[in-house]
Write a protein that binds this ligand. Structure first.
Ligand SMILES: O=C(O)C1=C[C@@H](OP(=O)(O)O)[C@@H](O)[C@H](O)C1
Ligand SMILES: C=C(OP(=O)(O)O)C(=O)O
Length: 429
């Protein structure tokens, strides 16, 4: 789908969708419990559908009533020890969701049978070697193909000592944290280099605790995990998503007038960093009930931005920097190259097309602010939801209309994005 977007300012209020990261976690914990849980404020984006469908293959049942899911967990089917051998094969379609894949690969070893993971887009190219190394060490058999995801895993994870670097993806740690407490013995995870995306580990531990599973976190370097624990059925409401709020908070900073609703002040979401980044660029925020609105009276100015803990908000923060006076350097952003696309290349190449002064670095971006973007071009989302949404916000600060190609990819995380965009005055031809 190609969308031509006119250079029109946005004005109004947007309630952001529920946090995708928290939704994955709550669905997984509920589906691993032994009872019934109501998960409220769910949005069935492509990624969350991948996770709900995956958890059904283990025996969880899930009923939907509007934005509430009732999940009857499959905890009774979990094998804590011994042999889970069975010739039965389940197919888990992760679509393009890295979270679904990395969270559920270890979980699958808790259930009898062989698990085959398939997916699309860039998913087959995103790293999994941390798991392959563990499988080899533990004698778990697996088969993987290159490029296109087609991974079979046959065997049970055993408790023990796991050790790997903290800068490939925090999603491996989350996957193991979900799984290890259910095994019959205790485990330890040691992270051998500084942990990036710490906020996502905080979210994992928070949701697990809400479902009655405790882990000791020793300074994000060591995780001490008692075995023989169980997920307790509980009801859970998913809070609003800061990574999606980032698009509208940045839009607001760029001269649109958008109030963003359903943002928890005490959220552990790492992408809440968008607020402090924009403050450092000259925005003052005002809290209005559950919402937030910003003003940048003195104009925006460039700054140094560390992407290590908040990779997902970088494309739209980079756009904001393109229109902020002076120089911005985005550092520690190497991991953006192994997301749905190479987000450093996509951000730099498409914003450059629109007239920005932006340069790609091996692990970051270098930006010199200019007054406005020319636009008048066809730009490509790279089939990546966060690039498509960033370009939609860019259209509001362009002089000429732009056409965004492959714009439907927003459904990965925010199926109603284009409706919400138009509801606050975005003009799509
Ligand atoms: O755990 C999560 O929910 C996520 C972790 C992050 O990945 P990395 O840890 O690979 O950076 C983030 O980019 C992704 O969108 C969601
Ligand atoms: C990278 C993302 O998700 P995932 O890793 O789950 O595919 C994202 O939502 O930007």
């Amino acid at each position: 789908m190609d969308l031509t977007i006119l250079p029109q300012k946005l004005s109004g209020s947007v309630t952001v969708p529920p946090s995708k990261s928290l939704a994955h976690r709550a669905v997984i914990c509920a589906a691993l419990s032994d009872g019934s849980c109501k998960i409220d404020n769910i949005a069935l984006s492509d990624d969350i559908i991948a996770t709900t469908e995956a958890m059904k293959t283990f025996g969880a049942t899930i009923e939907q009533d509007g934005s509430t899911l009732t999940i009857h967990g499959a905890g009774r089917n979990v094998k804590r020890t011994g042999d889970a051998a069975s010739s039965e094969e389940r197919v888990i379609d992760c679509n393009e969701s890295g979270s679904t894949l990395r969270f559920i690969v270890p979980i699958a070893t808790l259930f009898a049978g062989v698990s085959r993971f398939v997916g699309r887009g860039n998913l087959g190219k995103r790293p999994l070697t941390i798991y392959y190394d563990i499988f080899e060490e533990q004698g778990i058999s697996y088969q993987a193909t290159e490029d296109e995801l087609n991974l079979t895993v046959d065997g049970m994870l055993k408790p023990g000592h796991f050790s790997f670097p903290g800068n490939v993806s925090s999603q491996f740690i989350t996957g193991l944290l979900f799984t290890l407490p259910l095994l019959a013995g205790d485990s330890v995870i040691t992270i051998t280099t500084p942990l990036e995306s710490v906020g996502y580990i905080d979210l994992t531990l928070q949701v697990m605790k809400d479902f009655g599973v405790d882990i000791e976190n020793q300074g994000n370097q060591k995780f001490i995990i008692k075995g023989n624990q169980s997920y307790h059925a509980t009801d859970y409401r998913i809070e609003g998503d800061y990574s999606q709020a980032a698009f509208f908070l940045c839009a607001d900073a760029l001269g649109n007038a958008v109030q963003v609703e359903d943002l928890s002040k005490d959220s552990l979401q790492g992408d809440r960093a968008v607020v402090s980044i924009l403050e450092a660029m000259g925005v003052t925020f005002q809290q209005v009930d559950t919402g937030m609105i910003g003003t940048a009276n003195e104009g925006l100015h460039g700054t140094l931005i560390d992407a290590a803990q908040c990779p997902d908000i970088i494309p739209v923060v980079a756009l904001t920097a393109c229109l902020s006076e002076g120089r911005t350097e985005i550092i520690n952003a190497g991991r953006l190259r192994i997301k749905e696309c190479d987000r450093l290349e996509a951000t730099a190449s498409q914003l450059k097309k629109l007239g920005a002064d932006i340069q790609e670095l091996p692990e970051g971006l270098l930006i010199n602010g200019i007054k406005s973007l020319k636009g008048g071009e066809r730009v490509w989302s790279f089939k990546d939801h966060r690039i498509a949404m960033m370009l939609a916000i860019a259209a509001t600060v362009c002089e000429e209309p732009i056409t965004v190609t492959d714009a439907e990819c927003v459904s990965k995380s925010y199926p109603n994005f284009w409706e919400d965009y138009q509801s606050i005055g975005g003009k799509i031809q």
